[in-house]
Design a protein around this ligand. Structure first.
Ligand code: CTP
Length: 415
């Protein structure tokens, strides 16, 4: 992700979500970028120019007839390194698609040659209308990155797709889009199942055995896969604090056996399954109904009898290879390894790939607390065909981009 300061134009169209543009501006400013807000006249009915001026530290105008001597309608677009429109209404999408230039925002868009990222917000009917969808398709075919809107509560009592993404998500996605080419719509219509988080195996009502995993890498994969056109389902083990990625459906589970059941319920029709979750290898043979007390239950606490959990990844591969699934999903495993004097971590991952039988295995080294809960990742993507693709250090969204590039390429080859 680019960290050098950029000139970011934040375009704001006239919808109720315009107030969230204030947070978009703040996030860009906090990340060290220069921001110029260009609202439409309608947007100024929702948020006043003074607010945008104070937040951005720059003058705000909606029309080409302000500061005419500065030829703003050309200058703002030319100087922009990134244009982000949040929210974009159905009307603005239509005007963009048809090259209208009747205010400062649309003229800026015609002049700008930098990446343009659009976050739509409107009622579901308007989003799903064939006219809007055709405009979105046309804009995407021209390289504009139109983000999928979130699914959720809209103004009034309705819910559905059309809600503006969270401002922080918009900024993260826009910066990632600007830094890479990973926003192609190359997973359009593909069904992708992603497991996330770490399972918890109950000892008693308050204690559990579990694995470290924030779920961030899985959520970044889900976020990006949905933005690349996939239908994404997440089976999430204990990831409550993370916001649901736009366009993804989340099923929540706790233990390895819950996760296994939820995955197998959904596995049948998937094109891709990514087993990102950290699955606890063992669980207590018995779960105590009441909290085990130290004195009274010393023996029970100190000598827990453990049972091995099912190997979900291995059994998915077996089910697929024995013809037990309608689709033939590409199956991807994840291995967080620590090396030792005797064993190289990458070698352990190579062995694991063979043992699990999956098509790809994303290996990362976790010695010294390098990955868990952090915002960055790196590693090597190992293929069952012997391929080894180094994944450079980057944000989890950037790492997700490399993994999804490889997956999209394999799906394309196999189709
Ligand atoms: N996995 C799984 N079921 C398990 C354990 C792991 O499906 N019971 C999956 C994980 O989701 C991950 C991959 O297998 O995609 C590797 O996980 P890891 O914990 O590294 O594998 P283990 O088989 O537990 O190997 P180790 O001996 O290193 O613990």
């Amino acid at each position: 992700m680019s960290t050098s300061p950029m000139n970011v134009v934040v375009g704001v169209a006239g919808g109720i979500a315009a107030y969230k543009a204030c947070h978009v501006v703040r996030h860009f400013k906090e990340a060290g970028h220069q921001v110029r807000v260009v609202p439409t006249a309608a947007a100024l009915n929702f948020v006043g120019a003074a607010t945008f001026e104070a937040l951005s530290g720059n003058p705000v105008s909606a029309t080409v007839f302000d500061a005419v001597d500065e030829v703003q309608h050309v200058r703002v677009g030319k100087e922009a390194d990134l244009v982000v429109i949040a929210p974009a209404t159905a009307d603005l999408l239509a005007r963009m698609a048809h090259g209208c230039a009747d205010d400062l925002l649309t003229t800026t868009l015609l002049v700008a040659t930098c990446p343009v990222v659009v976050a739509p917000a409107m009622h579901t009917e308007m989003w799903e209308h064939p006219a809007t969808q055709a405009n979105v398709e046309l804009l995407r075919s021209r390289g504009v990155i139109v983000l999928e809107p979130a699914h959720g509560r809209l103004t009034g009592n309705d819910t559905g797709p059309g809600r503006l993404l969270d401002p922080e998500q918009i900024v993260t996605l826009a910066l990632a889009a600007n830094a890479s080419t990973s926003f192609r719509r190359d997973l359009e219509g593909k069904r992708v199942l992603i497991t996330a988080g770490g399972t918890q195996e109950h000892i008693d009502p308050v204690r559990y055995i579990g694995n470290h995993s924030s779920g961030r890498q899985a959520y970044a994969l889900a976020e990006l896969a949905a933005q690349r056109g996939a239908e994404v389902s997440i089976v999430a083990a204990n990831t409550e604090v993370l916001p649901t990625p736009a366009g993804a459906v989340v099923a929540r589970v706790r233990s390895a056996r819950d996760l296994q059941e939820a995955v197998f319920e959904r596995a049948e029709n998937q094109d891709v399954i990514l087993m990102v979750a950290a699955v606890a290898d063992v669980r207590p043979a018995e779960v105590a109904e009441t909290k085990l007390k130290k004195g009274a239950n010393d023996a029970q606490l100190q000598q827990l009898t453990l049972k091995e959990n099912p190997d979900i990844l291995r059994s998915l591969v077996q089910a697929r290879d024995s013809g037990g699934m309608k689709a033939q999903p590409l199956i991807v495993g994840f291995a967080a390894e620590t090396g030792s004097k005797e064993r190289d971590a990458l070698d352990l991952a190579r062995e694991k790939l063979k043992r699990k039988g999956c098509d790809l295995l994303m290996f990362n080294e976790v010695s010294g607390d390098q990955v868990f809960g952090k915002l960055r990742n790196r590693g090597v993507l190992l293929g069952s065909d012997g391929s080894e693709t180094p994944v450079a250090d980057g944000t989890k969204l950037e790492v997700a981009g490399v993994i999804l590039d490889e997956i999209a390429e394999r799906l394309r080859r196999d189709s």
